[in-house]
Design a protein around this ligand. Structure first.
Ligand SMILES: [Zn+2]
Length: 445
């Protein structure tokens, strides 16, 4: 097991703090100065960086450490942009990278400049040691993930594919600890859900606001939105959901060992999810793992208070399980609220699942097992999307593995995009060392 020296860890921490201090809130992103900084770090280690500016100010940077064997590269990817932060709500200013209470505080520490710093540190150490692996290791720090990847990974895949073409990709979301009933799990992302954004248009007879109109388009839209938000669409257990839920149940023991596998059993899953899962957060995440979902997010109707409008529009953020399409989702939506509206698919992107029966996944499992013998690695389907969606188009096998052993009681999902986002220094150290072990062990072939 690799161990960082104190000096190496200080250098890595300084690197993370420097990265946090570039305000790369997206919009507008403005990743160029941060990308130039990463390029400088690579250059200092003799790695020639390539800066790719998709639009003025929207830059990604890629560096490659040459390997000796013929195996296809491993890409370590992270994004440089962050979601905005409202300064007044934070204990420490979000772009100050203050060290306090054993943590570095700031927007991007968890999502995901901490991973940029880990990847850079691994590259730096490999370069300094002249460590030669059986394949190239590529580091990409990209723009624009938080707004849909257009100026970052999507741009690289479309226009500079030769830079990022790899057999495997390691990216977010996974590798953090998930505590359930005192047991520590390490979900590793092996798949992402797809998107099917829908627009529903309800029509009715316009009229004067002084006369009741119980069947107006606004009233029907409101009923539909409420019904959809409270409904669960049918369960379609995927292989990754079965493994995630089944394995977690086995580890937790009775009664979970009995109840959890029922979630992915046809005819029973719905009852279990609706009546036996009491914690609302757990229920939401299990539902997202097992079902297509829709959330009403935008409503447009009326422009004058005394006129009943003739048209009302409802937009739904629909998410698809891998293997499902927008037309499957439309049929499920109609099953809940009927067909009394026009429906249009605004955007569709399919989900993807990568095999977890691979040497890289085995390396990840082994390294976690060594560093945390009580920890359990699970393949995991992420309900949202990341840059992996774009890299998957190149045929690469993509995993979310941003290793973070968090202290007890610290919940990853509350840090991610949250106020007071911060990374415990010990978790950061764990991450660098685990990532180093995975890259070297896997790259030794
Ligand atoms: Zn992210």
């Amino acid at each position: 097991m690799f161990q960082l020296s104190d000096e190496e860890f200080r250098e890595a921490t300084a690197l993370l703090q420097d990265l946090i201090r570039f305000d790369t809130s997206n919009p507008p992103g403005n990743e160029l100065p941060a990308a130039q900084y990463v390029a400088g770090v690579l250059e200092a280690e003799g790695i020639v960086p390539e800066l790719v500016e998709a639009e003025p100010g929207r830059a990604s940077v890629v560096g490659r450490l040459r390997g000796e064997g013929g195996a296809r590269p491993l890409l370590l990817s992270s994004h440089l942009d962050v979601v905005p932060a409202v300064e007044g709500e934070w204990t420490h200013p979000p772009f100050s990278a203050v060290e306090a209470e054993g943590c570095i505080w700031g927007r991007g520490t968890v999502d995901m400049k901490g991973m940029t710093a880990m990847g850079l540190t691994v590259m730096r150490l490999l370069a300094r040691k002249g460590y030669s692996l059986d394949r190239d290791i590529i580091l990409a720090a990209v723009a624009d993930e938080e707004a849909g990847c257009t100026h970052g990974s999507a741009h690289l895949v479309q226009h500079r594919r030769e830079l990022i073409d790899a057999e495997y990709v390691i990216n977010e979301v996974g590798g953090f600890t998930l505590e359930v009933k005192g047991k520590r799990f390490y979900p590793i992302q092996v798949g992402e859900k797809g998107i099917a954004w829908l627009r529903l248009c309800f029509r009715g007879t316009p009229g004067h606001g002084s006369l009741p109109a119980p069947e107006s388009c606004v009233a029907r839209l409101a009923d539909a939105a409420g019904k959809l938000a409270r409904s669960r669409l049918p369960i379609h257990p995927t292989e990754v959901a079965r493994e995630f839920i089944g394995e977690m149940g086995r580890e937790l023991g009775f009664p979970e060992s009995l109840v959890m596998p029922l979630l992915s059993t046809p005819g029973r899953g719905g009852f279990v999810l609706d009546h036996l899962v009491k914690n609302p957060e757990q229920k939401a995440s299990l539902q997202a793992t097992l079902c297509n979902t829709v959330n009403p997010t935008i409503i447009r109707a009326g422009s004058k208070i005394n006129v009943v409008p003739g048209e009302a529009v409802l937009e739904l953020d629909g998410r698809l399980l891998p293997g499902r399409t927008a037309s499957d989702l439309v049929a499920e939506v109609q099953g809940v609220i009927g067909r009394d509206f026009e429906i249009e698919v605004i955007r569709e992107a399919s989900g993807a699942v990568h095999s977890w029966k691979t040497p890289l996944f085995e390396s990840i499992r082994d390294v976690i097992k060594e560093r945390d013998p009580d920890g359990v690695v699970l393949p995991y389907l992420v309900p949202g999307f990341t840059d992996s969606r774009c890299y998957a188009e190149t045929g690469a096998t993509c995993y979310g593995f941003y290793p973070l052993r968090l202290p007890e009681g610290m919940v990853f999902s509350r840090l991610f995009h949250g106020t007071d986002e911060r990374i415990p220094l010990e978790s950061f150290r764990f991450g660098i060392e685990a990532l180093y072990d995975v890259v070297t062990r896997f790259g030794e072939g």
